[in-house]
Design a protein around this ligand. Sequence first.
Ligand code: 5GP
Ligand code: MN
Length: 341
Amino acid sequence: MQNLDLLKSKLSNPSKIVITTHVKPDADALGSSLGMANYLIKKGHDVQVITPSEYPGFLHWMKGNDDVLVYSEDTHDTAKVLMDQADIIMTLDFSVLGRIDELGDMVKEANGFKVNVDHHLDPEDFADFRLWDTGAAATCELCYDLIVALGDADFIDKDIAECLYAGIMTDTGGFRHPNTTQNVHEVVAKLIAHGADNSRVSKEVYDKNSIDRLRFLGYALSQNLQVIPDSRVAFFALSEDELRQYNSKTGDTEGLVNYALSIEGITLAGLFKESAGGVKISLRSIGKFPANEIAAKYFNGGGHRNAAGGKVELSLEDTVDRFKSVLEEYKDQLEEEYKLL
Ligand code: 5GP
Ligand code: MN
């Protein structure tokens, strides 16, 4: 952890702090943002969380949700003023400013002390204080470590603990992915000791489905899911029409790709989702198969080895064709990783 003393001294006086995270925040992005926000407010700071875009309703239970400023909802001017006036700007769960578009430019231009906490690969070096560890399962895990390193473990209450717990729970796939280390279990044990109701958090995040979402899931599994013969690859390709037909909302396709990966014999799973002039791609893999390499090389994206994504300005059909044509290159690896299990 570099410059911890410098960060400590920056936080020793009440400051104006802006916290921001990546587009389409997930539980780790929002949980780390609101977890840190609740902690910093408790320490006497004036804190504003700004998300680049909206996020799913199953995250709205987190304390501080009502005060979040959503940049895409016509709050550009307010966001600019807050960024410019901030003494400290925290960027959480991403480390390439380009990922938050205009908001990233605002961070770049602002004079505040910049903090970056993240666990993604290939960070951009823009922060004055960086806690970056690709070995961490979640940014929430790193935020817990940071609060402890700052000597403030006692500040962690039920609300903070539940925000952080949520991010660790989802980024480990419910404590199932290979990133579920001993440290993960130790940190969540501490969060439970600080008051996190783990069963409630899991209910809020995983078991608050709308009937539309379940009907959509039924449709996707029975009509849309495709397994490419003899390839160890399965995927969904959803058009805007299909999404509209099932009244699909932000977050409704979250986790869908994992159903494709859960099929026996599958090494790589994809979800291709048509949206506003392009296609959003989600890839998931098992073992050492590099989903992030495919995302970076062919889909303008990146991510972790087993969970990556990207976006292209192609039709849905062309995107799927591109995906299929890439698979030949990975034929042996797709087979290899399956055998290693
Ligand atoms: P998801 O499939 O849940 O949208 O994203 C999984 C992971 O892929 C994210 O945690 C992030 O690391 C990465 N990712 C998703 N979309 C993009 C993208 O457009 N660009 C980059 N660089 N990474 C992405
Ligand atoms: Mn994360």
